[in-house]
Design a protein around this ligand. Structure first.
Ligand code: MN
Length: 194
């Protein structure tokens, strides 16, 4: 992944009403653009210039370069994991099998993941990732953290920074999380598995 804006795989209004066009305008158009601009400027003349976003996330010490790289990686994976709303949206194939093996059922996985995202204190992310031995795990990550930093393969995320949902849901974080499940593009999540 280069230090640049990803292309959205859907129209800016395609995720409404769960994620409004206005939220895409600010969250993708302003917040993510600012992280991209900041990192491009911060790496100039450093050992990180020319490196991929993933390499910077894995190797940069805590600080501004890591924070901006982490937020770019997080948001690229976030914005490219959605598609227009699907009723009774469910995974299939290898991701469905891996979820059943790790959590017992898709419903149990959703409950645990939603609970993790709803109870994260402050700003951060809930992640589903794959450990090096292929097991699926749910983690809470503060601020710009990403499971990749600890050697896991990130698959699916929920952004619980308030900028992700406040325009559409105000303080109702749990409702936002519950509604996001209908937007997940499980084919995309499955394609991220190793
Ligand atoms: Mn965000």
């Amino acid at each position: 992944m280069n230090i640049e804006m990803p292309t959205l795989p859907y129209a800016a209004n395609a995720l409404q009403p769960v994620i409004s066009e206005q939220t895409i305008g600010f969250h993708y158009g302003k917040h993510l653009q600012n992280y991209v601009n900041a990192l491009a400027s911060l790496v100039k003349g450093t050992e990180y210039e020319g490196k991929s976003v993933e390499d910077i996330v894995k190797t940069a010490p805590d600080g501004a370069i890591f924070n901006n790289a982490g937020q770019i990686l997080n948001h690229v994976l976030y914005f490219t994991q959605f598609r227009a709303s699907v009723k009774d949206n469910k995974p299939s194939g290898k991701i469905a099998k891996a979820i059943d093996e790790a959590f017992g059922s898709f419903d149990e996985f959703k409950t645990q993941f939603s609970q993790t995202a709803a109870t994260l204190f402050g700003s951060g992310w809930a992640w589903l990732s794959q450990t090096p031995d292929g097991k699926l795990v749910i983690t809470k990550e503060a601020n710009a953290e990403n499971p990749l930093r600890r050697g896991n393969n990130p698959l699916l995320c929920i952004d619980v920074w308030e900028h992700a949902y406040y325009l559409d849901y105000q303080n109702r974080r749990a409702d936002h999380i519950n509604d996001l499940w209908q937007l997940i593009n499980w084919d995309e999540i499955s394609s991220r598995m190793k």
